[in-house]
Design a protein. Structure first.
Ligand SMILES: [Zn+2]
Length: 99
């Protein structure tokens, strides 16, 4: 038996709710300068109910080869990774703004 999507009631294989959720989400990427001149890439605008933020941050840490944490629902990556983060989020189907 296949899983049924709780939103639209269709089997998960043909449900597009997750795709729609991704398109509706606008994710902001910003760079923050911290103490001692350290740069942090901040990824904001993620809806934790529609996206697995833990999976996303581990993917981004691998792609950027850096450390990172989740703080107040935002992803913080060590260093300036705006371009890499933007490219990978767009590949996943998100709308991305770089601030
Ligand atoms: Zn659905």
């Amino acid at each position: 038996m296949s899983d049924i999507c709780p939103k639209c009631g269709l089997p998960k294989e043909i449900c597009v709710c997750e795709d729609i959720a991704r398109e509706q989400q606008r994710i902001n990427i910003a760079v923050d300068k911290r103490r001692y001149g350290k740069m942090m890439t901040i990824v904001d605008g993620i809806n934790p109910h529609e996206l697995d933020i833990d999976t996303l941050i581990s993917n981004l840490k691998t792609i950027c080869a850096c450390g990172g944490t989740i703080k107040d629902g935002k992803i913080e990556l060590q260093g300036d990774h705006r371009i890499k983060v933007k490219e990978s989020l767009e590949k996943m189907g998100f709308m991305v703004d770089v601030l």
